[in-house]
Design a protein around this ligand. Structure first.
Ligand code: C2E
Ligand code: CA
Ligand code: CA
Length: 640
């Protein structure tokens, strides 16, 4: 993400810094050096004026005053305009004047003043760059030598000592050469660093920093008529790269990347820039937003890129997919705010959604993207959702066909999103499973149900038969090694009869190959909980597992019940009949879900179903209302 934060904080946290930020940082360094040179020179200048006055040298005095004035003017211009291009002229002139003055007065009273110029050079490098500061160093060095050879020194100068001028010339020339060499090396280093940042070392394509800058600037390009120029962004991914990496080893898969990189380099039609974004994902900027042009260009690309790559004489086959987004077509209302980021996001989300379809060219779809964003938004808020902020539990009564009494309930989760309103569990439970939040939600739910079942109002409503309270478990709950320890802890905190709780699992769960599923299911039974198979008949049923695992209840999926209507009975009852007779022969209780009509109820009761759940009896209710329902429907039993 390109969120802005402190430059140093970003460096410390190893977060990528954009080129723009690093250029701004360099600009700050330059400003800092200009002010440093300026203030040192200012102090030196005042000291020089003081010397010139005591030595009564009017020329030096005038030169020093002029130097200070030029330096002050340059700094002021820079301070106001922030443009070194303008400020540099008075500053350069001032520096030349300073050197000239130093030559003229032979480095002051002792003759060592010349050497003050040398330490200033590195700072000058940052301020004015390598070329100007090297030229300055040469000029200063040669000037110093000339001054030492031909100048007239004051009697107090060290240069009057025998042998001193020669030694000093050697020092000056050597220092000048070293300084220039260092400048050159720093330049090479900077160029290499820039190169590293700008290019991808693996493929030789551009790096993502450079690509971002080019893409950002692309949004401001206008046509002759003042409209924004159209263009497109193409994302290209090697779908089987991870597999190639795992099977072929890192060096051969690197060779695959290099081969793909050189194919992309050879692809020039409409291409402005191509980069490796990360791993096996490449982005290309095309200079056209025309659908047909983009379509045909990308199809050509796909054909070229999908060909096997020859590595060490052995072909490695590639599965690729390409996603495209176009500007301005795919933008509702370009507002200039992080459009580049949005555009990359379009391509990445399109690849993410369809990225596993080989040899596909997929165009960004606004509607799908919005749906995807909605899902993502839900997922994000689900991570924070809790029972005191939108989530709640509802109890849907389960009724006995035999006598109409309430046997208990299925606990269902409800989510009232602060902005989106009520979100169906059909939408949010799969998201919670995908994001891993389901474990947290299930635990919260179990904790709440145990508390509810210990409430005095519920205990008071209990009849002679123990209640059955059904809780849905997802695969993620069952693969969790901590499920049983958690339930044990909860049973200690809220002691309830485990046989009151029936955990509902879907058939698919039984087929999962994670050994923890079987361990957990068996331990749930050992602890005394009941098990039910939910939505029975819709998945692949493992009958052998059903027999081995002593589940208590089969819940006939509501899709079968829904089809039961007077005119339709013959065609659809056979599945129900089969489930009931199989369940009965396994000694299981049968619950029919989604019972909405008297006809369905009568049919199911007649076939031998034990329990019913559905709107014919009650919709799901808040706990208090459920307790009232439960109490009222126990009375029937007591009355018999
Ligand atoms: P499910 O476990 O099959 O739950 C039964 C669903 O059928 C519930 O939908 C319930 O409101 C609905 N239903 C009950 N009677 C009728 C009826 O007569 N007619 C019709 N048309 N529908 C009826 P809901 O509450 O929307 O839940 C949908 C699914 O979400 C559940 O299906 C379950 O798979 C999942 N779910 C709900 N709560 C939880 C939970 O706490 N944990 C887990 N893991 N999944 C849950
Ligand atoms: Ca269920
Ligand atoms: Ca169900």
């Amino acid at each position: 993400m390109w969120r802005k934060s402190g430059f140093f904080a970003r460096i410390l946290h190893d977060t990528p810094i954009s080129l723009r930020e690093s250029l701004a940082f360099m600009e700050k360094q330059r400003a800092c050096s200009i002010y440093t040179v300026g203030s040192i020179a200012f102090i030196g200048g005042i000291y020089g004026i003081f010397n010139a006055v005591t030595q009564r040298d009017p020329l030096v005095l005038a030169l020093r005053i002029a130097f200070l004035a030029l330096l002050g003017a340059g700094s002021l211009v820079y301070f106001v305009t922030r443009k070194f291009n303008v400020a540099k002229y008075p500053i350069y002139a001032g520096l030349l004047l300073l050197i000239f003055t130093t030559f003229h007065d032979a480095g002051g009273i002792t003759g060592l003043g010349l050497f003050f110029i040398l330490p200033a050079l590195p700072i000058l490098y940052i301020a004015v760059g390598s070329r100007a500061s090297s030229a300055f160093a040469v000029f200063a060095g040669l000037g110093m030598v000339a001054r030492i050879l031909y100048g007239h020194y004051p009697v107090t100068s060290v240069l009057n000592q025998p042998g001193a001028p020669l030694r000093m010339i050697v020092v000056v020339l050597f220092s000048t050469a070293v300084v220039i060499l260092v400048f050159h090396r720093i330049d090479v280093l900077m160029a290499q660093l820039t190169q590293l940042v700008m290019t991808d070392w693996e493929t030789g394509l551009s790096g993502r920093w450079k690509f971002r800058e080019v893409l950002r600037n692309r949004f401001v390009r206008k046509t002759g008529t003042g409209l924004q120029e159209s263009f497109s962004l193409v994302g290209f991914r090697i779908i089987n790269y991870e597999r190639v990496n795992a099977m072929e080893g890192p060096s051969r898969s690197d060779a695959v990347l290099q081969a793909v990189g050189s194919r992309l380099k050879g692809w020039r039609e409409h291409v402005e820039i191509t980069c490796r974004w990360h791993s096996s994902l490449f982005l290309t900027l095309l200079d056209t937003g025309d659908f047909l042009e983009v379509d045909s260009t990308c199809r050509d690309l796909l054909a070229v890129l999908s060909k096997p790559v020859d590595i060490d004489g052995r072909p490695v086959s590639l599965l690729c997919s390409v996603a495209v987004t176009r500007f301005p077509d795919d933008f509702e209302d370009p507002d200039g705010v992080d459009e580049a980021e949005k555009m990359v996001g379009h391509v990445l989300s399109t690849l993410d959604r369809h990225g596993n379809m080989p040899d596909e060219l997929i165009f960004f779809n606004k509607k799908m993207h919005q749906a995807e964003r909605y899902r993502y938004g839900l997922l994000e808020s689900l991570v924070k959702a809790d029972f005191d902020s939108g989530l709640s539990l509802q109890y849907q009564p389960k009724v006995r066909f035999a006598d109409g009494t309430c046997a208990g309930a299925e606990v269902l989760m409800r989510w009232n999103h602060p902005i989106l309103g009520s979100v169906s569990p059909v939408d949010f439970i799969p998201l919670a499973e995908e994001s891993g939040s389901i474990r947290r939600l299930t635990r919260k739910m179990i904790r709440q149900v145990f508390l509810d079942l210990r409430s005095p109002e519920f205990l008071e409503a209990l009849g002679s038969t123990p209640p059955i309270i059904a809780i849905n478990l997802s695969v993620n709950d069952l693969t969790n090694q901590d499920l049983l320890p958690f339930l044990n802890r909860e049973l200690k905190v809220s002691p309830i009869e485990p046989s009151w709780i029936e955990f509902e699992i879907t058939e698919g769960v039984l087929l999962g190959d994670n050994p923890w599923i079987r361990i957990n299911l068996e331990n749930l039974l050992i602890l005394g909980f009941r098990l039910a198979i939910d939505d029975f008949g819709t998945g692949y049923s493992s009958l052998s597992y059903l027999q081995r695992l002593m589940v208590h209840d089969l819940k006939i999926d509501q899709s079968f019940v829904r089809e039961l209507s007077e005119g339709n009975a013959k065609a659809n009852s056979s599945v129900i009949d089969a489930i009931v007779s199989m369940g009965k022969s396994l000694g299981l209780e049968i619950t029919a879900e989604g019972v909405e009509t008297e006809y369905q109820a009568a049919y199911l009761a007649e076939r031998g179903c034990d329990l019913a759940q559905g709107w014919l009896y009650s919709k799901s209710l808040p706990f208090g209302d459920f307790v009232a329902y439960y109490k009222a429907h126990q009375a029937v039993l007591s009355g018999q």
